[in-house]
Write a protein that binds this ligand. Structure first.
Ligand code: HEC
Ligand code: HEC
Length: 279
């Protein structure tokens, strides 16, 4: 058993070790299960203030429980793809920290893309999305894989909307969540609202950086030393250009935890904005 996210026990089965299984040519990989690891995480976690998450939520997409649940369902639903075989989770598998563990992602009809899928954990803090930053928000981003011919393969967003509209449950859920029939922008809002619940905090490492010396073992502590010294990992995975080893900047530990998983100088700006607000 392992404890992740909101301190719920997670079974080892859900966490996929090793490289992904070889894929059947011409077919998309199977859609992973939406088990416990996929659940929205709690906002009250060590190393992360509620305020910090709230600062990353756009005012026109408040995350109501209904909306998050709808986004959760959509994220794992193959009907978002042209032939029903590919879900967002195909390439962002909770069992692999919301990646697919492949050198390049595989989409509809087994088509292989050109890039690997980044985790979407903490993507709410990214100032831009994609490796090249070509999408601004999670809402803007979500529309792109749906119509990418190598990914979900729909000719248009309207085609995906028409597909979902055949399902009475979706029709009802969109109507009660947004007060109108299914449409592209609301579809992206629901997906983005779910994604903003996926934060990776509250790990033993977060507890350690937050000040609990006993939260990680000696081996991990030695690794952390190397990370910040001769490993030189902190040259790129650190808080900012001028604050590299954040162990001496305890006030900034929250930002550090995020910076470690992605290159997020933008996050530093976000967190300092929050600090300014909270003063
Ligand atoms: C076929 C695989 C595939 C599918 C399906 C897919 N993605 Fe992705 N996703 C990727 C790849 C590959 C990238 C990086 C591409 C790039 O940077 O050009 C990516 C990037 C992202 C990012 C940016 C994260 C970051 O750190 O920059 C987000 C967010 C995301 N996807 C969410 C989604 C959502 C939501 C869906 C469903 C609507 C989805 N993805 C469907 C493969 C996929
Ligand atoms: C010169 C800058 C640089 C240095 C030094 C560096 N990294 Fe990275 N690292 C990156 C970049 C850029 C990426 C993302 C690129 C990619 O995945 O294609 C990355 C990705 C990663 C990832 C994957 C993160 C994810 O979310 O997929 C890990 C883990 C990682 N680095 C750990 C380390 C460790 C450990 C060290 C020290 C031994 C280190 N890095 C040193 C720049 C650097």
């Amino acid at each position: 058993m392992l404890t992740v996210g909101c301190l719920q026990p997670i079974s080892g089965q859900e966490i996929m070790a090793g490289p992904p299984a070889q894929n059947t040519p011409g077919k998309a990989p199977p859609i992973p299960m939406a088990a416990l690891l996929a659940q929205p995480r709690t906002k009250s976690q060590a190393g992360l203030t509620k305020m910090l998450i709230e600062a990353a939520i756009p005012p026109d997409n408040s995350p109501t429980p209904d909306k998050i649940e709808l986004g959760f369902k959509l994220f794992f639903d193959g009907r978002l793809s042209a032939d029903g075989t590919v879900a967002c989770a195909t390439c962002h598998d909770p069992g692999r920290a919301f990646t697919d563990g492949r050198p390049a992602s595989i989409g509809i009809n087994g088509r292989v893309g050109q890039r690997n899928s980044p985790t979407i954990l903490n993507a709410l803090f990214n100032e831009t999305q994609f490796w090249d930053g070509r999408a601004r928000t999670l809402e803007d981003q979500a529309a792109i894989p749906i119509v990418n011919p190598l990914e979900m393969g729909n000719p248009t967003i309207e085609a995906a909307v028409a597909n979902l509209s055949q399902d009475e449950e979706y029709r009802r859920a969109f109507l009660s969540t947004f007060g109108r029939p299914i449409n592209g922008p609301d579809l992206m809002r629901a997906l983005a609202a779910y994604e903003r619940t996926l934060v990776s905090f509250d790990s033993p490492f977060d507890q350690f950086v937050a000040g609990d010396q006993n939260a990680i073992n000696d081996s991990a502590k030695r690794g952390w030393e190397i990370f910040n010294s001769k490993g030189r990992c902190n040259k790129c995975h650190a808080l900012s250009e001028t604050q590299r080893d954040t162990t001496t900047h305890s006030r900034d530990f929250i930002a550090f935890c995020v910076a470690i998983t992605s290159s997020l100088s933008a996050f530093v700006r976000l967190s300092s904005r929050v600090r300014r607000k909270s003063r």
